[in-house]
Design a protein around this ligand. Sequence first.
Ligand code: FE2
Ligand code: FE2
Length: 176
Amino acid sequence: MTREEKTDIVGLLNKARAMELHAISQYMNQHYNLDDMDYGLPAGKVKLIAIDEMRHAEMFAERIKELGGEPLTDRAAKVQHGQEVEVIFGFDSDLEEDTISVYNGFLARCREVGDSITAGILETVVAEEQVHLNFFENEKKHIERLGAAYLATWAGSSSATGLPAALGYVATRGGE
Ligand SMILES: [Fe+2]
Ligand SMILES: [Fe+2]
């Protein structure tokens, strides 16, 4: 790759990173709100999806560094606060759909310049966004079709994510 092509790919990766940083904050906000509404089950799932987006932001940053660039910390959009439960899943479906389409465009550019490594990262990430999209779309449809009856299955449910607690720095210092 030429220097110009590397700069171009770093630019795309930073745009993708900004979309991830936006998604992280948006999903975290929804996670607290769903938890506050006592809809533990979707709150836990949305929290896990935010963690996936954190991994994506990291993957892009690592590749940016490899290409000699600097990972930026801007968000692609402002976070919407206080969304109703009837709004959240349609909103997130649109966000994931848009992300997949933008990343597919970036993927085409990576192939054009022969950057198979960035292309591979984007392929992995797009496949994960599709899993998110499937989840959000299913929830949106259930709420549309079943309404209160569906929400009642969430009320009072546990927000446990099934993740081990020892994920952070503090938790790993237990043996000290
Ligand atoms: Fe993502
Ligand atoms: Fe996603």
